[in-house]
Design a protein around this ligand. Sequence first.
Ligand code: ATP
Length: 371
Amino acid sequence: MSESHPSTGRDGYRIAVVPGDGIGPEVSAATVRVLTQALGTSFPIEFRDYDAGAECFRRTGTAFPEATQVACRQAHAVLHGAAGLPDVLFPDGTEAGQDFSMKIRAALDLYANVRPIRLMEGAPRRLVGKGPDDIRFTIVRENTEGLYAARGGGNIIRGQIATDTLVMTREGVERIVRYAAELARDGQGAPADGVRRVTIVDKANVLRSYAFFREIADGVLADCPGIEVEHVIVDAMTVHMIERPEHFDVIVCENLFGDILSDLGAAIMGGMGLAPSGEIGRDHGYFQGSHGSAPTIAGKGLANPIACILSGAMMLDWLGKRHSDPALTRAAERIREATGAVLKAGRAVTPDIGGSGSTESCAAEICATLG
Ligand code: ATP
């Protein structure tokens, strides 16, 4: 595979769009529509669709075709709907469609999975007594190591014992913790006290690998003045996120723990349909809502496009910073403002957050608000 990294957006940005399965095509189409509206039709950006996921596997025998791999590598960024269907399985029982996300993370070395948890005005409030001023933190999930690094390499022994191996490397832990520290340094601190804080979440009291993670994280953060460091065991973290979310600023953790905690985070910001994510490496960025393909609501216009739209805004922010292009940064801000206004007004939003609108009507309302 060729290693040609796009270095500049001067001649126009190429975005590889991977619609995927289930609600993926609906939410990614809605997102492209909103991004185009925010940037203006004359802005030099091209969105091109590529095949991947469970349906692709069913048709072609692979969930991540070579042509899509090349396009994702050569694009300035990748926007994804969702991939995976529960009935499209490998012989070992794992989901074939998941191969796309797993493989692209490894192929593009997308080591930081950034999941901002923000309760917006108008979003359902799942926690009694907690409002938008209380819920504003970011989960930084290590995305290339941890337990998921074992995918495809586990063993079943004599039909009696199953093993998957949790992988941690010094370099992998150092870079994810550095990423979390930089986010905290550049952010506003925790809502409760304005303290820039990195919370290291692990299970260091039980497993050696997590103790290794903690020790390395402490070493990295010792060199980061102005950042408060704390340790929380993952099971206790689920309680703290519910009882005192305002205490948290940036949370850093291993891959599997980050996957679980970020679904809890999505719930406390109003639901899976609202939670964005950005998966970022040194040379590449891949953006998708935190949700899966939700096949039971696919094709019915019920999918909330906001998670994917906010992920698209994260993509523009990332591109704007990377290419020093303020037009992209401004468009990202405008998308967040317009989405916030539509959510606050409750107009045209989807049933998962209490509205009677559709994927289409929600995107159309955001576009109309952008003007
Ligand atoms: P994965 O394992 O791929 O993360 P999942 O099957 O565990 O996926 P999701 O697909 O994220 O879970 O769906 C969980 C629940 O949230 C489902 O009830 C689904 O209908 C709902 N949901 C997820 N995303 C959306 C969305 N964008 N709009 C509306 N409802 C959604």
